[in-house]
Design a protein around this ligand. Structure first.
Ligand SMILES: [Zn+2]
Length: 316
């Protein structure tokens, strides 16, 4: 009996280590602030969504960055102070804000000069807010992860970002969380709480499959785990379910780290190669450039796509 206990004691740490590499770390980012999919865009609901999401992030000590589309701060062409306050709440809760353009155009579609003008238009409020809290605005996230269709556009835009003090925020775990979020907010708007519950429950295993895919791709490419960066959105789905998502990630052995810390890894010194495939993560682009063929992304369950409706095919 004693021998068996001893064996157990010796073996368990090894078993645990095999399942949970200590090096699993992820930086969490949220796009489309102050809000993406919500059942209603009235300011009281947006405040509630923001408060609940920020509480999750604080409880789980997630050093998140939120990327802003300032066009959503305006109602009937007038800057809405309550919506600006939503952004202020992110900063005052200790989180950093970045620029995600003013109106969410695609660098694969818009002319470069128009796109750059939209980037500058998109920083007016956010830069002032960050400065008033003693912070500087320094991150940029491409809408749709569209990096530009030609090497010339990419290089020119990179120069533009550098000249304006921006660092690009890459993504390694791209995903269809936004499809779940559209479905979830539509179910809630229609008062179908049972459908909303089922969509929320399907969200977590779907994201776990996305993380498993990215972990494997990093292993195939680098022969090791890398610090991941995941893109999510500021929506009701995460306001209600980020706690469950964080629990799943912790269960997989993840710690939450800042975007700065993730980008210190040498993997991020690689440029995202041009693949011709729109909206791919940096990891997929690196892998394709190295001759690997990334596996398909996990499927979104049919009932979720149905609830999302036509929006599911447009992308965020
Ligand atoms: Zn976006």
């Amino acid at each position: 009996m004693i021998r068996r206990l001893l064996l157990l004691c010796l073996c368990l740490p090894w078993a645990a280590a095999a399942q949970m590499p200590a090096s699993r770390v992820v930086s969490i980012t949220f796009d489309d602030l102050p809000y993406a999919s919500v059942p209603s865009e009235n300011n009281a609901q947006l405040r509630s969504m923001t408060t609940r999401l920020l509480q999750h992030l604080q409880v789980d000590q997630v050093p998140a960055v939120g990327f802003v589309n300032e066009s959503k701060l305006y109602r009937d062409g007038i800057l809405d102070a309550e919506r600006v306050d939503l952004l202020r709440s992110w900063i005052q809760a200790g989180f950093e804000l970045g620029n995600h353009t003013y109106s969410h155009p695609s660098l694969n579609r818009a002319p470069l000069d128009a796109f750059e003008a939209d980037v500058l238009r998109g920083e007016a409020v956010t830069r002032a807010l960050m400065q008033s809290e003693g912070r500087s605005l320094r991150w940029f996230r491409h809408p749709y992860l569209h990096l530009g269709k030609t090497p010339d556009v990419r290089a020119a835009f990179q120069d533009f970002l550098a000249a304006h003090g921006y660092t690009v925020a890459p993504v390694t775990v791209n995903n269809s969380e936004w499809v779940f979020a559209v479905a979830y907010s539509r179910a809630q708007a229609q008062g179908d709480q049972d459908a909303a519950r089922r969509i929320g429950e399907a969200y977590i295993p779907y994201m776990e499959a996305e993380f498993a895919r990215s972990e494997q791709l990093a292993l195939d490419l680098f022969g090791r785990a890398i610090p991941h960066v995941v893109v999510l959105h500021a929506n009701s789905l995460n306001a209600d379910h980020f706690g469950a998502l964080a629990a799943m990630l912790k269960q997989r052995g993840y710690r939450f780290i800042s975007l700065d810390a993730a980008l210190r890894d040498s993997a991020y010194a690689m440029q995202p190669g041009f693949s011709g495939i729109e909206g791919e993560s940096w990891l997929d682009r690196w892998a394709r450039h190295a001759g690997l063929r990334p596996m398909q992304q996990p499927a979104v369950p049919g009932f979720v796509t149905q609830w999302a409706g036509p929006a599911a095919y447009h992308g965020y």
